[in-house]
Ligand binder design. Structure first.
Ligand SMILES: *Cc1c(COP(=O)(O)O)cnc(C)c1O
Length: 230
């Protein structure tokens, strides 16, 4: 793959790769949302990405995101939290983010529900799933998802949109294909039981093409867009 030197050039290349992978899964690129991951990326660069048509940005940390969100009040801009949320930051997160992709416990869901109710809003969320059972990662064990989904029906200030996972690190994206496939199966099961559960957030810079082939509707891309050491 040629080395592309500019943000605009990398944006074109990533969009082409997303469209090609979507095609291989019988979909169009409209079925796959690119969340541009902007942790460590300065606000000015985020603004350039916005001008290139990226509208949803992913941040890992409430504190870092807060400054950028306040700096960049652009029409239509949206911010997703994708990193682990400490319970003592739930209030701030419910206020700042359009969607929380990293809901990794029922306790956190209950807190976010409380905060969203206070704010008078319905907060879209994804449940983070630890598909491979890695001890270093948080998230629901797949076997607990059905019970979690049932519990969420009692939390009307949360809108469960789907599932999110971070695949194990691997040099060969083919190795993590089964993880993506499994997440998709769990999501299909939830959808049989209740409304919603249409989103599958899986795939990052090194494995988004495989994730899309396996049904990702959201990919979270940082380095491939902003450069390896942006
Ligand atoms: C950093 C991060 C990404 C983006 O990773 P890249 O490899 O830079 O594309 C996606 N998801 C989460 C949860 C992250 O923390």
């Amino acid at each position: 793959m040629a080395i592309v030197e500019t943000l605009a050039g990398r944006a074109v290349e990533i969009r082409a790769r997303v469209a090609a992978s979507a095609g291989r899964s019988g979909r169009t690129d409209a079925a796959v949302q690119i969340v541009a991951v902007t942790k460590t990326i300065p606000a000015a660069t985020v603004e350039r990405a916005f001008e290139l048509g990226f509208t949803t940005f992913g941040e890992n940390r409430v504190q870092e995101a807060r400054a950028k969100i306040q700096d960049l009040q652009l029409p239509g801009i949206r911010w997703d939290l994708i990193g682990h949320l400490q319970t003592n930051k739930a209030a701030r997160a419910a206020e700042l983010f359009s969607r929380i992709q990293s809901v990794d416990s029922l306790r956190l869901a209950e807190l976010l529900h409380h905060e969203a109710s206070q704010l008078g809003l319905v907060l879209p969320i994804l449940l983070e799933v630890n598909v491979a059972g890695e001890s270093s990662k948080s998230g629901f064990a797949p076997g607990n998802l059905a019970a979690a989904a049932a519990a969420l029906r009692h939390l009307p200030a949360l809108q469960p949109e789907g599932l999110m996972t971070i695949a194990p690190l691997s040099v060969d994206p083919e190795e993590v294909r089964p993880v993506f496939r499994e997440l998709r199966r769990w999501c299909d099961r939830l959808r049989q039981e209740s409304e919603g559960w249409n989103e599958l957030s899986m795939g990052m810079s090194d494995d988004f093409e495989v994730a899309i082939e396996e049904g990702a509707t959201i990919v979270r891309i940082g380095r491939a867009l902003f450069g390896a050491k942006a």
